[in-house]
Design a protein around this ligand. Structure first.
Ligand code: FEO
Length: 406
């Protein structure tokens, strides 16, 4: 049974959070043993209640039952759909069924079309414009388009009287934190890597929109006291922590001296070659994060992407398989390009027995991206003395290519 939280965030704004510890593959794609939360919010006013987003469809009954503890469903005046992905909109059809007097659904024009196509009926839908204001029971709501965080339909709502910005996917993260709020350093420290992983997996493809939308939000000159996303922590103690972290990751800015190493080694020959590179990096004072695909372990690609976005450089170990690139590494390369696509240097180490890979093929692997291949090192079987030297020289070349950041 998933854990459910209901709490008053501030004044008449409530959070309804469910911890989804049953989901294993978010979007049927990303491994998340850490789970995820769905956060909905309700604002009570003397003119009726406003519900912001809901939970995933499998929790629709639980959502409606939980909401009944806060508000008489007949008193719901508006339901704001910040984004139509069903992890947030999934319980809204059930809510509309139960609500009696039909509330008005508010959202982006694209959300209206998506609602009809997803759920097969048209609710009382009112499209809102970018920066449009709505006063409900004396409380001012301002809708702000934040497209591509994570779909083109995404909007945020600013509750002016409370200084709260409700941001849906933006500023969210995986995990089921033990607190609702950023109320301790330990909760924040545990959550930030899960926010990074989530950002890389889900909105990484739209990285430049993270930067643009944050600049738009901050440029409005509004006072943001609380950031309330639809996944993970609500930021009350220091909302700038998550805003600034998202901004930095949106630019794919690296952590100090962090290098990512990814390889797939069937029988350990490539592993030996990669270990030479790792030892050299450690000797040079770099912090190395290693993901290895072997006959003993298979890391989650969702985690690899999370660690790629703030790395300075990448060492990619590729075994030859069927005369071609080791299949899982080919998939990792595709996702690095799709989701991270940043100006980061890459050193490739190809280990082969009978099938040395063509240099052109490897050099062209990242051709369509911003990643830059520094060089390709070939190692035939067990690394020999001259391979050790080659690898060390190329590590030197790699670290000298790392772009300078302020
Ligand atoms: Fe959490 Fe894009 O939905």
């Amino acid at each position: 049974m998933p854990k459910i939280y209901v709490d008053r965030v501030v004044d008449d704004l409530y959070i309804l959070r469910i911890d989804d510890d049953e989901v294993r593959y978010f979007e049927a794609l990303w491994s998340i043993p850490e789970g995820v939360t769905y956060n909905s919010y309700v604002l009570l006013t003397n003119e009726g209640a406003v519900v912001f987003d809901s939970w995933k469809h499998v929790y629709a009954d639980l959502f409606v039952d939980t909401l009944k503890n806060i508000v008489d469903l007949r008193d719901i005046k508006y339901i704001v759909v910040h984004h139509m992905e069903p992890d947030h909109s999934g319980a809204i059809p059930r809510l509309l069924q139960e609500a009696g007097k039909e509330p008005v659904v508010l959202g982006h024009p694209i959300a209206k079309n998506l609602f009809i196509s997803f759920y097969g009926f048209e609710p009382k839908f009112r499209v809102v414009k970018d920066l449009e204001e709505l006063v409900v029971g004396g409380k001012k709501l301002r809708f702000i388009y934040i497209p591509w965080l994570h779909w083109p339909d995404t909007i945020a709502t600013y509750l002016e009287d409370l200084g709260v910005v409700l941001t849906c996917d933006a500023f969210g993260g995986y995990g089921t934190p033990k607190s609702l709020y950023d109320d301790s350093d330990s909760v924040v420290e545990e959550f930030l890597p899960l926010a990074r992983k989530y950002l890389a997996n889900i909105v990484g493809h739209y990285r430049e929109h993270i930067v643009k939308n944050i600049e738009k939000l901050l440029g409005l000159g509004i006072e943001i006291k609380i950031v309330a996303p639809a996944h993970g922590l609500v930021w009350i103690r220091n909302p700038r922590t998550i805003i600034d972290y998202y901004y930095k990751l949106g630019k794919a800015e690296p952590e100090n001296r962090k290098i990512l190493v990814i390889y797939g080694s069937m029988y350990g020959f490539l592993e030996k070659a990669v270990n030479i590179a790792v030892e050299e990096l450690v000797n040079k004072g770099f912090k190395v994060k290693i993901y290895r695909f072997t006959d003993r372990e298979q890391p989650h690609i969702s985690d690899i992407l999370g660690d790629a976005i703030d790395s300075n450089a990448i060492v990619l170990g590729i075994s030859t398989y069927d005369g071609d690139i080791f299949p899982v590494i080919r998939y990792v390369v595709q996702l690095l390009i799709d989701k991270i696509n940043a100006d980061k240097p890459i050193l490739i180490i190809n280990n082969y027995g009978w099938g040395k890979l063509q240099e052109d093929k490897l050099n062209n692997l990242f051709k369509t991206s911003k990643f830059k291949i520094v060089d390709v090192v070939y190692v035939n079987g067990l690394p020999q003395e001259n391979d050790v030297e080659k690898i060390k020289q190329n590590i030197e070349k790699l670290v000298n290519t790392i772009p300078k950041h302020d």
